[in-house]
Design a protein around this ligand. Structure first.
Ligand SMILES: CC(C)(COP(=O)(O)OP(=O)(O)OC[C@H]1O[C@@H](n2cnc3c(N)ncnc32)[C@H](O)[C@@H]1OP(=O)(O)O)[C@@H](O)C(=O)NCCC(=O)NCCS
Length: 182
């Protein structure tokens, strides 16, 4: 069994935010950032796996602060966890105002990638050699996130199968909706 340190596949992409990346409000489109996140996740996962990798799932993308035209955006990716054929890549995104030298943290997200062999089948990936406290914490954090996600999926499925519109409407009173069942 082969093991690799997370640092061996660390990958950073830095890109200047040009005017054509802006939305109608003059800030950078979230989709532009997502696209670069996917690229850095691909590069990091493929370096670790030694095989072509595909994106399977993205966990929580919250844009905490807007990114401006002219900002220098850096996306830093590291393998946080590996399963048999899957890899979880943590990505930290920062945006630097190069004139004022102010750096803001805009989001951290987790991309699950799967390595593929030449026949397009999931391929085993090397294990992780964890040698720092931070990498051990990130590995353990993923296990907790996975447990919480499984619980969430199970709860949603139970809700969908047990929901009865005539019994469960009173809970919606406090929300921004009006119900007129037809
Ligand atoms: C990802 C994919 C290979 C899984 O295929 P599969 O036949 O279900 O294969 P497996 O059941 O063996 O799963 C392979 C791995 O993917 C993981 N996986 C599958 N679905 C997942 C999901 N929704 N979230 C997280 N991990 C997932 C499994 O846990 C497994 O990981 P492990 O080997 O580390 O335990 C397949 O669904 C696929 O090719 N999807 C399209 C991916 C793609 O094209 N992405 C680009 C976006 S356009």
């Amino acid at each position: 069994m082969q093991y690799r340190r997370p640092t061996e596949s660390d990958t950073t992409i830095t890109e200047l935010m040009i005017p054509s990346y802006a939305n109608f409000g003059g800030k950078i489109h979230g989709g532009i950032i997502l696209s670069i996140m996917d690229k850095v996740a691909y590069a990091c996962a493929t370096k670790h796996a030694g095989n072509y990798c595909v994106t399977v799932s993205v966990d929580t993308v919250d844009f905490l602060q807007p990114i401006e035209v002219g900002d220098l955006v850096s996306l830093m990716a590291r393998v946080n966890y590996v399963g048999r054929t899957s890899l979880v890549i943590g990505i930290k995104v920062t945006a630097e105002n190069v004139k004022q030298k102010i750096v803001k943290h805009t989001n951290t997200s987790y991309f699950t990638m799967v390595a593929k062999d030449d026949d397009d089948k999931p391929a085993p990936v090397p294990g992780l050699k964890l040698t720092s406290e931070v990498d051990i914490r990130r590995f353990a954090e993923y296990i907790l996130r996975k447990e919480l996600k499984d619980y969430h999926t199970k709860s949603m499925n139970e809700m969908r199968t047990s929901f009865k519109v005539n019994q469960d409407l009173s809970d919606l009173d406090k929300y921004n909706c009006i119900i007129k069942l037809q």
